[in-house]
Write a protein that binds this ligand. Structure first.
Ligand code: UT7
Length: 312
């Protein structure tokens, strides 16, 4: 068991515009029935004028407001994203500027696809205790609508835009985290600046099989290492890509579906934002009580996957 983090505040921000499955039927050959049956998604928020900077800054402000902290108390700022507003400065530097964070508060981006928030948590747990100010700001945000091919029905129905943030402090409460990578450039990719082809491509079935295999395994390994029976986990907060993946994980883990939070019906797959958006929704709805055990697992491009088991 390593030293970990306490969540002091959470926040989220999504664009105003909602794109429904019906709207998509006018853009590609698809149906509300197909999208809901295969993924559970009904609608997603899509940027129309907002930028990732707007979303990440707003989510961060909301988390800081909930935590009751000011900019000069933030000692580390990390943004997990694969769609930064520009190649440089990093998204975290843009957030740093807008929030007026201190010069001794390092700020950098972390690219681990949809697992970015989990990678960010473990990075924060390692680095935050070494900084000069007490709180860490971790944001997961993506604007995948910018890199989606809106004529490709295999991908365009899946994704949405958003950002979620957490204010974190070092904690002695039990903390277990596992991160994994299986480098593979042929399953999910978006070449972006490097090769001039920006659209996201995904071998959907391969990702599905990878997720169904790795997510429950990762969750069970975490619980085993923490010596906590799965029955004693209060909430499972998995990456929100597809409700069938979450249901398959619940079955393999022999845990009731009710313990698995689901919100992809309203947001689609928001990549690095999906887990912090879910945590913020649960937090603001009063679902997360102090002392509860939360097990979160993410998976996605890289391929990356990983999880954290922590106390709320
Ligand atoms: O965050 C990154 C992680 N990404 C994921 O977790 C995605 C994981 N993969 C999935 O969630 C699923 O594989 C998808 C939802 C992407 C696809 O579901 P599937 O059950 O694996 O469908 P499929 O790709 O096998 O396609 C079945 C059929 C195909 O038609 P034929 O060849 O059987 O005639 C597709 O062309 O469905 C067709 N299809 C569609 N039909 C209507 C594919 N996309 C659509 C669509 N509307 N949007």
């Amino acid at each position: 068991m390593e030293e970990g983090l306490e969540f002091c505040g959470t926040g989220r921000a999504v664009p105003e515009h909602i794109l429904t499955n019906e709207d998509l039927c006018g853009m590609v050959e698809t149906s509300d029935e197909w999208i809901q049956a295969r993924t559970g998604i009904r609608e997603r928020h899509i940027c129309q004028g907002e930028t990732l900077t707007d979303l990440t800054v707003l989510a961060a402000r909301r988390a800081m407001e909930m935590a009751g902290i000011s900019a000069d108390q933030v000692g580390l700022c990390i943004v997990a994203t694969i769609t930064p507003h520009c190649a440089t400065p990093s998204q975290a530097c843009l957030v740093h500027e807008q929030l007026g964070l201190a010069q001794d508060c390092p700020a950098f981006d972390l690219n681990a696809g949809c697992t970015g928030f989990l990678y960010g948590l473990e990075t924060m747990a390692a680095l935050l205790p070494r900084q000069r100010r007490p709180y860490g700001l971790l944001i997961g945000g993506d604007v995948l609508s910018r890199v989606v091919d809106w004529t490709d029905r295999n991908t365009c129905v899946l994704f949405g835009d958003g950002a979620g943030a957490a204010v974190l402090a070092p904690s002695k409460a039990p903390w277990t985290c596992h991160l994994h990578t299986q480098g593979d450039g042929n399953i999910i990719w978006a070449h972006g600046l490097s090769l001039g082809q920006s659209a996201i491509h995904m071998e959907g079935q391969a990702v599905y099989r990878f997720a169904v295999e790795t997510v429950p395994k990762c969750a069970m390994e975490l619980a085993q290492q923490a010596q906590l029976p799965l029955e004693e986990v209060d909430w499972f907060v998995l990456h929100q890509a597809n409700c069938r993946i979450v249901e398959a994980a619940a079955r393999q883990m022999h845990q009731p579906k009710e313990k698995f939070y689901l919100n992809m019906q309203h947001y689609g797959n928001t990549s690095a934002a999906s887990i912090p958006i879910a945590l913020d929704e649960m937090n603001r709805a009063g679902m997360l009580k102090k002392g509860q055990k939360i097990l979160s697992v993410g998976f996605g491009a890289g391929l990356t996957w990983g999880g954290a088991l922590f106390t709320w």
